[in-house]
Each structure stands twice: as structure tokens, then as C-alpha cells.
Design a protein around this ligand. Structure first.
Ligand code: NAD
Length: 285
């Protein structure tokens, strides 16, 4: 029997609708909508598409969204000055600098400059530290979206074995932290991990966040496991593929996310809700 699809669209719509409702209540209470400011440096095509999606999503949810499109030759110093300006602007609740930055920029220095209270991407050391300590804070959007998907299918991580493939600050590490917070027993696999298949076979929950098409083979999936595929890989045919060999994995999984149409839908939705959270937290002082 094949596993059920976890369709990202209705879950993302729900998250967006909740964010819109809370944004309207914020505007009513404070006389302005929550504001998300995105900085886009250079002309990278994929980044332009992502930023347009964020702009549109903000508009639809009633948030004040603004994109600062700056030339790739702006330079590190002036980019930091722009972040400083946004840090001090009281109408700005969320700051997102679209990554990757063009060659020559120091991404870590730029991230470190963002006021943690406005860090809606959850990438600053303060946000990562709060997550590691298990205290409330802003968490990276895709991992939060993964947790919401688990909740929506009624999968409680407590006591389960979770295997996370990938250890990036954006996806792998924060999803592992969130699963740990929910009392899963978590293993993080990465590029130097040996016998990856044997590890994945132990997973009641498998999260693949690597960026290698069909890395996770169908027969690695424990029967009944829940599989979240975060990977985005463009095939030679121009189509988007995940990290999981989908059809054979679906045969064994109880639930599985498709690519596209799965986890990818969640990221922007959570960005909106993180911005509303940041607005309320800042307003509360
Ligand atoms: P990254 O390149 O920063 O990290 C990839 C990770 O995979 C690294 O930690 C590396 O150690 C690990 N890895 C490499 N080879 C491996 C192997 N053979 N076995 C196990 N682990 C291995 O990438 P990222 O930013 O974490 O993104 C991962 C994937 O998720 C990419 O495909 C990216 O496009 C996608 N992504 C999707 C969304 C979304 O909204 N769906 C959001 C962010 C990233």
C-alpha cells in the first residue's frame, strides 16, 4: 500500500490565513500592519523569483512588504549600513537578506548585523542560541513548516527515531533542534556520514535536506515512516526533484511530501507568521 501524500498547499494556505488574521488584529491594535523588509542584492534569477513570491504573499496577507533591490556592486559596507537603517526603523518588524549574496560579500557578517528582534529568517546567533536552549524565539521558516506538517498529519515526534539528512544552519540543524524539543531521538547525517542507508532505515521520521536528487533510496525507508523531502534539485528536463526517490519511497512510507508541492509551499507561509510574531514581540517591548 502506498503512503499518503502530505499536500503542502492547503497547510500553507492555513498558515497564511492565520498570519493574515493576526496581521489584521495587529494593524487594528497598533495602527499599522506588520512590516517585512527584504533586501535583494544583485540579479540572481532564482532569488528574484523567491523575492517576488514573498512580496506577493505579504500583500495578500495584509502585511506591509517592501523589497530593497540593490546592485551587486553595492559593497559590504553599504549593505551593512542598509541593514542598520532597517534595524532602527520602527515600522520594520522583519528583515530578510536574500541569500546567497553575490561573490565577495561576507554573508555571516551581514546576518550578524540583523537585529535579532527582526530576524524573521532565524539565522542570527541569538536566534540559533535560543533554539538550542529551547527558549521562545524566531526559528528558520522551512524547519517550522516541517513541524507544522507533522502536526497536521497527527504525527507526534515524542519517542520516535528521527533521521535528519543535512546539517545546514538554515534547515538541517534547526529541524533537528525542533524535533529534539518535541522529544524525538534525533540523528543528524551529513556529507561525511557512513552507511547512510542503515541510519535512514531506523527513522520513523526522515527529513531529507541535502540537495541531491534521489539520494534517499526507496528501500531505505522503514515501513510506515513519515518522510519530509526538503530538497530542491533541478533535473536536466527542467523539472524540480526532491532528495528522495519518490515512487519507491512512497510504497513504504505512511506519509510523504511531494516535490514540488510539499515542504516548499510552507517556507513563505511561515515567513509571514514569523513577521507577525516579531511585530507582536516588538510591540510588547
Ligand atoms: P546546504 O548545501 O547548506 O546543506 C546541505 C547539507 O547536506 C550539508 O549539511 C551537507 O553536509 C549535507 N550532505 C551533503 N551530501 C550529503 C550526503 N551524501 N549525505 C548526507 N548529507 C549530505 O543546503 P541547505 O540550504 O540546507 O538546503 C538543502 C536542500 O534543501 C537544498 O536542495 C535546498 O535547495 C533545499 N531547500 C528547500 C527549501 C524549501 O523551502 N523547500 C528551503 C531551503 C532549502
Amino acid at each position: 500500500m502506498s503512503g499518503q501524500l502530505i499536500d503542502g498547499k492547503p497547510i500553507a494556505m492555513k498558515v497564511r490565513a492565520e498570519a493574515a488574521e493576526r496581521a489584521a488584529a495587529f494593524a487594528q491594535a497598533y495602527g499599522r500592519p506588520p512590516g517585512l523588509h527584504v533586501v535583494l542584492v544583485g540579479e540572481d534569477h532564482a532569488s528574484q523569483v523567491y523575492v517576488r513570491n514573498k512580496e506577493r504573499a505579504c500583500r495578500k496577507a495584509g502585511l506591509a512588504g517592501q523589497v530593497h533591490r540593490v546592485s551587486a556592486d553595492l559593497g559590504q559596507g553599504r549593505l551593512l549600513a542598509l541593514v542598520d537603517e532597517l534595524n532602527t526603523d520602527p515600522k520594520v518588524d522583519g528583515i530578510l537578506v536574500q541569500m546567497p549574496l553575490p561573490h565577495g560579500y561576507d554573508e555571516l557578517e551581514v546576518i550578524a548585523r540583523i537585529d535579532p528582534a527582526k530576524d524573521v529568517d532565524g539565522l542570527t546567533a541569538v536566534s540559533a542560541g535560543r533554539l538550542a536552549l529551547g527558549v521562545p524565539g524566531l526559528c528558520p521558516c522551512t524547519p517550522v513548516g516541517c513541524m507544522r506538517m507533522l502536526a497536521e498529519i497527527g504525527c507526534d515526534p515524542e519517542g520516535k527515531r528521527a533521521v535528519v539528512l543535512g546539517r545546514s544552519n538554515l534547515v538541517g540543524k534547526p529541524i533537528a533542534q525542533l524535533l529534539l524539543q518535541r522529544n524525538a531521538t534525533v540523528t543528524i547525517a551529513h556529507s561525511r556520514t557512513k552507511q547512510l542507508g542503515d541510519l535512514v532505515r531506523e527513522g520513523d521520521i526522515v527529513v531529507a535536506a541535502v540537495g541531491r536528487r534521489a539520494l534517499v533510496q526507496g528501500d531505505w525507508i522503514k515501513p510506515g515512516a513519515v518522510v519530509l523531502d526538503v530538497g530542491i534539485n533541478r533535473g536536466e528536463d527542467g523539472q524540480i526533484y526532491g532528495d528522495v526517490d519518490f515512487e519507491p519511497a512512497r510504497e513504504r512510507a505512511s506519509f510523504i511530501t511531494p516535490v514540488p508541492g510539499g515542504v516548499g509551499r510552507m517556507t513563505v507561509a511561515v515567513l509571514l507568521s514569523n513577521t507577525v510574531d516579531a511585530a507582536y514581540a516588538r510591540a510588547a517591548g
